[in-house]
Design a protein around this ligand. Structure first.
Ligand code: SAM
Length: 329
């Protein structure tokens, strides 16, 4: 019989987000803005590609089916397509996708596609060049749009992820949504989480935005079919090629449907983004024990992480993790 990872609340965990680096090429103001002191792990503390593959293999034996490569900025880690290939080749893995800021996407796409990447989420909060620079610290909107355009041209499924900063206008959201008018991509809005510099910034709720959108786009309705392996709920607008998604990350309303575990770049399994609980796997990977023993211990570590998964995220009620770039957003 196939082994599965089931947490104490009956959720089957099948989705692993892997942070491949804590380094990032941007300084987004809700994550680790310029001026914020950020401690970077020494490179020897970061898992190697072979270690990440081994950890993912152990997960796949327990029913992990979907992997997302993230960071930090995954494309800032040299040889990232090689890692995608190592992960896509694991028996039982059906998708390997990536979350990226898109800066280096265009150049990396041929190698990523060849390696077996199945989809890309590009973080993009605005289509206004000056606002983009204000949020990210870099005048690089053009590069991000080039990456998105190329991914679509090559037929890779694309989602745009925009953080709901309170000081951005509704027009900002309408402009992003307009990308889905003629192109088959999903534009998704994520609530600001009290992590990193996001602790001190005001966000807008998905509920409030949805209300505004329903008025602005008559006929906008929830999608009937379940889309994607993640927590977003999707809407369609008549005549639009793409879809709109909402990720109410701060209010935790999707926790009952959460199927995720996270593997940090430092080699720890995290049961939930909102909690600092971790199960160390680097220790096992570097124990010098034979492969069979390591696999057995790794599987035990996954089961422990599943047991530690809280029923509900704990944003607001406990000290929050330092920064998304460290855990893997
Ligand atoms: N560098 C990659 C990128 O930009 O997509 C992957 C890592 S980044 C930490 C992943 C996502 O987390 C991005 O979409 C970013 O906007 C989001 N993020 C970072 N801090 C956040 C916060 N406090 N609240 C909500 N989303 C946040």
């Amino acid at each position: 019989m196939r082994k599965l990872l089931i947490d104490p609340y009956g959720r089957t965990l099948s989705y692993l987000r892997i942070s491949v680096t804590d380094r990032c090429s941007l300084r987004c103001l809700y994550c680790q803005p310029q001026g914020m002191r950020v401690s970077k792990a020494p490179m020897e503390e970061i898992l190697t590609f072979a270690e990440i593959r081994e950890a993912a293999e152990a997960g796949a034996e327990l029913g992990i089916r979907d992997i997302r490569v993230t960071g930090g900025e995954p494309l800032a880690r040299k040889g990232c397509p090689d890692l995608v290939r190592l992960l896509a080749d694991i028996p039982g893995i059906r998708s390997v996708s990536m979350t990226t800021n898109g800066l280096a996407l265009k150049e990396a796409l041929p190698a990523l596609l060849e390696a077996g990447l199945t989809g890309v989420n590009v973080s993009l909060d605005t289509l206004d060049r000056k606002t983009y620079e204000r949020i990210t610290g870099k005048d690089a909107l053009k590069d991000v749009l080039a990456g998105i355009g190329e991914a679509l041209r090559l037929g890779l499924p694309v989602k745009i992820n925009a953080v709901l900063l309170k000081d951005l206008s509704l027009e900002n959201a309408f402009a992003l949504i307009d990308l889905a008018r003629t192109q088959p991509l999903c534009v998704r809005f994520i609530e600001m989480m009290p992590i990193g510099a996001g602790k001190d910034l005001a966000g807008l709720s998905c509920r409030a935005l949805t209300k505004e959108l329903m008025t602005h786009y008559p006929g906008m309705v929830p999608c009937r079919e379940k889309l994607g392996a993640g927590p977003a709920s999707y809407y369609e607008i008549p005549g639009f090629a793409g879809k709109i998604g909402m990720i109410p990350a701060a209010c935790g309303s999707f926790c009952s449907r959460c199927t995720r575990l996270r593997l940090t770049s430092m080699g720890a399994l995290r049961p939930c983004l909102s909690s600092e609980k971790e199960v160390d796997v680097k220790e096992i990977l570097r124990s010098g024990k034979d492969r069979e023993t390591r696999m057995r211990l790794l599987q035990a570590a996954y089961k422990r992480a599943a047991e530690e998964k809280p029923q509900q995220s704990t944003f607001g009620s406990r000290p929050q993790p330092e920064c998304m770039a460290e855990i893997g957003g």
